[in-house]
Design a protein around this ligand. Structure first.
Ligand SMILES: Cc1cc2nc3c(=O)[nH]c(=O)nc-3n(C[C@H](O)[C@H](O)[C@H](O)COP(=O)(O)OP(=O)(O)OC[C@H]3O[C@@H](n4cnc5c(N)ncnc54)[C@H](O)[C@@H]3O)c2cc1C
Length: 449
């Protein structure tokens, strides 16, 4: 059987990058509840990929009484959804307001900004409705200026935050940050009262249980290897089984491949992000670090740091970077991440970080997620590229995909800008070779202030 044309090295799809993932310690093993697909079966809708996008699609379809079956290569949450930083926050695109208006006009910009807010609310509502306990904390998010120029940038955003999101953001000078327990190498900051942090795997587990409870059939260890047509139906083949389905949803994001479906080739870029988690900090260590706040925070660097002091007393620290995926490059990336952590929190330089891992999110050339029908493939839909903000936006995208797969006009706001096919990157499957140049440019910009 032919294997899908993947973009990353085999190592990236294996267990090693996840070997020391803290989230795995915090939830019971649920993988056994998702047996591999065996034999031939039928479904109204087949979903490929068991992250936030796929599980939200499956949950919404099952709630609507649709016979839905989800196929996941490994186990639900194995991809970025079970290994991310847990920031359920605004975002999803890389475009500022000017670029958005050039692309889709003022109304289009407003719609997109509204959807960012709605996506966060979607997850909050889901946690409540499904009774998912996911160790939530943080009252919105705080953005920390890494330079005086970046602080001026934050100041200039104040008015647009009110217009875009209908809330009042708060500016902080250095003294204010210290008073709020957010001391550090910052030139000030900005808090936006939208969003919260969560344990990403507890959220996945809750979604899985909710989807199964609503009747969705979820199969782990069932990578889809080929898709063909059989009259009006799709035939999805895995190693041990086959599904005939009327509709199919592709929810593979950074772990997708070039031929599932072929239209996907070159339209997404897997980008690596890495995370460290410390041992529990003592109250003294927390005090000395200057960071006593439970706020989730990130800085204004293009190659940003994101971090939060979790309710369990451990600090989680993440950053973008890394181009290759191999045991050697993983070790280098983790060592680099540790160095960044020590530089950022010098008083914690002695603290062990027993957990460290990385994974792949997805960006695209349009710098905005795609959610919609796959062109020239009637009955097929896809959602991907949340630009590192898929906790909220991937979840929302999954709910929209469920509507589309039922031939319904989405009841949720569905901005036109998400419906445009992203352009292809050059270099085909080798497009990740474009990243080092991009990272270099970003890091020069960051160092210039
Ligand atoms: C380290 C890290 C930190 C991050 N931090 C944040 C954060 O704090 N906040 C935030 O909003 N976002 C964050 N992100 C991004 C966020 O995690 C993703 O945008 C989101 O999880 C995407 O969800 P998804 O369901 O679309 O894709 P994924 O969760 O990646 O799921 C895709 C799934 O598809 C499966 N798959 C692929 N091919 C096949 C196939 N052929 N057959 C069957 N299954 C297949 C994969 O195994 C995978 O499980 C982070 C990402 C990483 C890697």
């Amino acid at each position: 059987m032919t294997l899908p044309l993947r973009v990353l090295s085999d190592h990236a799809y294996g267990p090693e990058p996840l070997n020391t993932c803290y989230w795995a310690e915090t939830v019971p093993d649920w993988q056994l509840d998702c047996p591999p697909l065996q034999g031939e079966t039928r479904a109204e809708v087949a979903v490929i990929g068991g992250g936030y996008t796929g599980l939200n699609a499956a949950l919404n379809l099952a709630h609507a009484g649709v016979d839905v079956l989800l196929l996941e290569s490994q186990f639900p949450g194995w991809g970025a959804s079970g290994r991310n930083g847990g920031f359920c926050c605004l975002g999803g695109a890389n475009l500022d307001n000017d670029a958005l208006e050039r692309a889709v006009g003022e109304q289009g910009r407003r719609e997109w900004r509204q959807v960012e807010r709605l996506a966060v609310a979607h997850v909050a509502d889901l946690l409540t409705a499904e009774g998912i306990k996911a160790d939530t904390h943080s009252d919105g998010e705080t953005i920390l200026a890494h330079s005086p120029r970046a602080m001026r940038g934050l100041e200039s955003e104040l008015a647009s935050i009110r217009t875009d999101y209908g809330v009042d953001a708060q500016l902080h000078d250095r003294a204010d940050l210290e008073r709020l327990g957010m001391a550090g190498p910052y030139h000030g900051g900005l808090s936006i009262p939208i969003g919260f942090a969560l344990n990403p795997r507890k959220y996945v587990l809750g979604l899985l249980r909710a989807a199964q409870g609503a009747g969705a059939r979820i199969h782990g260890f069932s990578p889809v290897q080929r898709i063909g047509r059989e009259k009006a139906l799709f035939r999805l083949e895995t190693a041990q089984g086959q599904v005939l389905a009327h509709k199919v949803i592709f929810a593979t994001n950074g772990y997708g491949s070039e031929d599932l479906p072929p239209w996907m080739a070159g339209r997404f870029m897997p980008v690596q992000s890495s995370v460290l988690v410390t041992r529990p900090l003592s109250p003294d260590e927390i005090g000395q670090s200057g960071w006593t706040s439970s706020q989730m925070a990130y800085n204004t660097r293009n190659l940003l740091y994101y971090f939060r002091l979790m309710p369990c007393g451990r600090m989680m620290f993440g950053r973008r970077g890394g181009v290759l995926s191999s045991p050697q490059s993983d070790a280098r990336t983790m060592a680099d991440t540790r160095q960044h952590f020590e530089r950022h929190f010098p008083s914690l330089a002695h603290v062990e970080t027993p957990y460290g891992w990385h994974g792949f999110l997805s960006v695209n050339r349009s710098e905005i997620p795609f959610v919609g029908p796959v062109p020239d493939m009637p009955g097929a839909f896809a959602g991907f590229s949340y630009h590192g903000n898929g906790v909220a936006m991937g979840s929302y995208a999954g709910a929209i995909l469920a509507d589309l797969a039922r031939d319904n006009t989405p009841t949720r706001t569905y901005p036109a800008v998400m419906q445009q096919s992203p352009r292809r990157y050059p270099l085909g499957r080798h497009r990740r070779m474009l990243l080092p140049l991009g990272y270099l440019a970003m890091s020069i910009k960051d160092n210039l202030g």
